[in-house]
Structures are given as C-alpha cells and as structure tokens.
Design a binder for this molecule. Structure first.
Ligand code: SF4
Length: 70
C-alpha cells in the first residue's frame, strides 16, 4: 500500500475504516502503520473511499493495482 501524504487532506476516513493498517500522523495526514499490509476488505474499502485517491493498494506479487478501481 502507498499513501501519497502530499495529496492527503486529513479527513481521517481511511484510519476509521482500516485502523489496523492506517493512522493519522502528527501532521494530521494519513500514514501506513506497517511497511506491508495484506489487502483485506477494510484496506481496499479505505482506498476506495479516500476523496482524493491518496491511497493505492498494490499486489505484492506483481505490483498490480488492487484498489482503488478506476
Ligand atoms: S481518506 Fe484520504 S484524505 Fe482522508 S485521511 Fe485518508 S488518505 Fe487522507
């Protein structure tokens, strides 16, 4: 998963949706809790709901984008 922190506007939606994988940093922008996360339902939902598409979930196997689906 990648978080584009420059794009994040700090809504907190992702951290509320996938609290095991995402949190807000001291600057109020989202950050990944772990270097690698399993692309579970909560994480893909968080990527789908981000209003500025700052979260990208990628397959560790082949780099394919899993979410958001464009
Ligand atoms: S949902 Fe998007 S804009 Fe909101 S805190 Fe998460 S990454 Fe930032």
């Amino acid at each position: 998963m990648r978080v584009d922190r420059a794009r994040c506007v700090g809504t907190g939606l992702c951290a509320a949706t996938a609290p095991d994988d995402l949190a807000l940093g001291e600057d109020g922008r989202a950050r990944a809790r772990h270097p690698v996360s399993a692309p579970g339902e909560q994480l893909t939902e968080a990527a789908e709901m981000c209003p500025v598409e700052a979260i990208t979930v990628l397959s560790a196997l082949d780099g394919r984008r899993i979410a958001p689906v464009l």
